[in-house]
Design a protein around this ligand. Structure first.
Ligand code: F6P
Length: 472
């Protein structure tokens, strides 16, 4: 350990890595990964000595790492160190596809009927969490702060705490926390919550998620103080706060080149109004319900045929989980049906892209879209909604009332994603909103996004974490 390190680094620990390396025509190429967590946290790591520990899942990831599996990303000039953890096929199956994404994910998103509760997957989850914890422990120097991210690593805080009782450990939970009766069906619920309470400080995106978590702690026989946001069990205690993740608003300021690309897109799509959805392929994103709403929209408001087009950009994700395969098939079938029934000579009602795009290349799509339509059935945050607003001066945002972002973006038209009639009406309302009103709403939302950006989020989290340590 380097005793001279007084200020300490930030060690971010997450399952998802911010950048992966792949082979491209014989060359190794670096790619940014999709997903709210990594796109959200990467900007705050730039230009620092901080360390990020994550699963290396790119096919060429270990071609570029040094002897301790480290690499500087995105580049030497603006970069930080990424330490990659290698997982075996069996670990990936049981930990990632298994317990994380076939048990915890559906349960936390309130889809308990989709959850698989398999004991072997749980064992692998524990084993991989241990692997992450050990990889962190061997890096820690005095003064470092260890910031664990998300549901894949719920046991890591306590595993580190057992080895390093004095360590500063925090956890941010990026997905929803369900009501007790849903979380309660997990046979290993007690161990999960005790694993989390190895952290001094735990953050969620919204106040209702904090409430659900405290309720769970209480139902498990622990102490939960709502007023102080304090959770305690025999294994440990943590301060719990809601701190909504923000975005790097500067990144979304348009360049002339992007504006030109946006014009080109509008021309290519041959429509007078463009409506955009951008999602990771996931059943929680409500894309199938959205297709139903689009169909209802053209039925109820036929005047928009040949004029309004929808663009749906989907990035592939978790493609080995059956639910995800089913969802892709269903969405493609629905789009085929709508387009087959309605399309005109040049006009196509829904333009569909199944491909991951680098974040920069999404900006022309945001600029081209008159309306952003983001209707997840439930979402911890939904950063795309924030990105759409940050890119533009006017437009309309239609947002699910069950997305964490709806707590901040109160000027959006809020919809129940399960109600196609109301989503269709919201589309009509958005198209008919005068430009002046659009600008007013966007100015207000942009103001909030600028104030509560990614740097605010980091500073707020770090300050509250520090306070929680001192108040012990
Ligand atoms: O926020 C939820 C989350 O699982 C993150 O942990 C992750 O960055 C993102 O969604 C993408 O998911 P995956 O890594 O499974 O593709």
């Amino acid at each position: 350990m380097d005793q001279t390190n007084i200020d300490g680094r930030l060690i971010v620990v997450s399952n998802a890595e911010p950048f992966q390396h792949v082979f491209d025509e014989g060359e190794v190429k670096q790619e940014k990964r999709a997903g709210g967590l990594t796109t959200g946290l990467d900007p705050m790591m730039k230009n620092s000595d901080n360390l990020w520990v994550a699963w290396g899942r790119g096919e060429a990831d270990f071609e570029v790492t040094d002897d301790s599996e480290k690499v500087v990303v995105p580049d030497e000039e603006t970069g930080y160190t990424l330490k990659r953890i290698e997982l075996t096929e069996e670990e990936v199956d049981g930990f990632y596809y298994g317990f994380s994404n076939s048990s915890l994910w559906p349960i936390c998103h309130s889809f308990p009927h989709k959850a698989l509760l398999n004991k072997d997957n749980w064992k692998t989850y524990k084993k991989v969490n241990r692997k992450f914890a050990e990889n962190v422990i061997e890096e820690v120097e005095p003064g470092d702060k260890i910031w664990v991210q998300d549901y894949q690593l719920a046991l890591v805080p306590n595993m580190i705490r057992e080895e390093l009782p004095e360590a500063k450990i925090a956890l941010f939970w990026h997905i929803p926390w369900p009501p007790w009766e849903t979380f309660g069906i997990i046979p290993w619920k007690q161990e999960l919550v005790e694993g989390m309470l190895g952290a001094d400080f735990i953050g969620f995106h919204t106040s209702w998620l904090v409430h659900n978590f405290l309720d769970t702690v209480f139902k498990l026989g622990g102490a939960a103080n709502r007023g102080e946001g304090l959770a305690r069990t025999d294994s440990g205690s943590a301060i719990v706060r809601d701190i909504p993740l923000g975005i790097d608003t500067d990144f979304f300021k348009k360049t002339p080149d992007q504006a030109e690309k946006a014009e080109q897109l509008k021309e290519d799509f041959a429509c007078s109004k463009l409506i955009l959805g951008v999602d990771r392929l996931d059943y929680t994103k409500g894309i199938d319900r959205r297709m139903e709403a689009i169909s209802t929209f053209f039925e109820k408001y036929p005047q928009y045929k040949n004029k309004v087009s929808f663009v749906e950009r989907i990035s592939p994700s978790r493609s080995r989980v059956q639910e995800y395969k089913n969802m892709r098939e269903k969405i493609e079938r629905m789009i085929g049906q709508i387009n087959g029934e309605l399309r005109g000579e040049r006009w196509v009602p829904i333009r569909y892209f199944y491909q991951q795009l680098p974040q920069k290349e999404l900006i022309p799509y945001y600029l081209a879209a008159d309306i952003g339509l983001l209707t997840p059935l439930i979402d911890g945050m939904n950063l795309v909604a924030k990105e759409y607003v940050a890119t533009r001066e006017k437009g309309m945002l239609i947002l699910s009332e069950f997305a964490g972002a709806a707590e901040t973006l109160t000027e959006a038209i809020k919809v129940n994603p399960y109600n196609p009639e109301k989503v269709a009406d919201a589309l009509h309302q958005a198209i008919s909103t005068p430009e002046e009103e659009q600008r007013r709403k966007f100015a207000k939302m942009k103001n909030k996004l600028n104030q509560m950006d990614i740097h605010w989020w980091r500073d707020r989290f770090l300050d509250e974490w520090e306070l929680s340590i001192h108040s012990r």
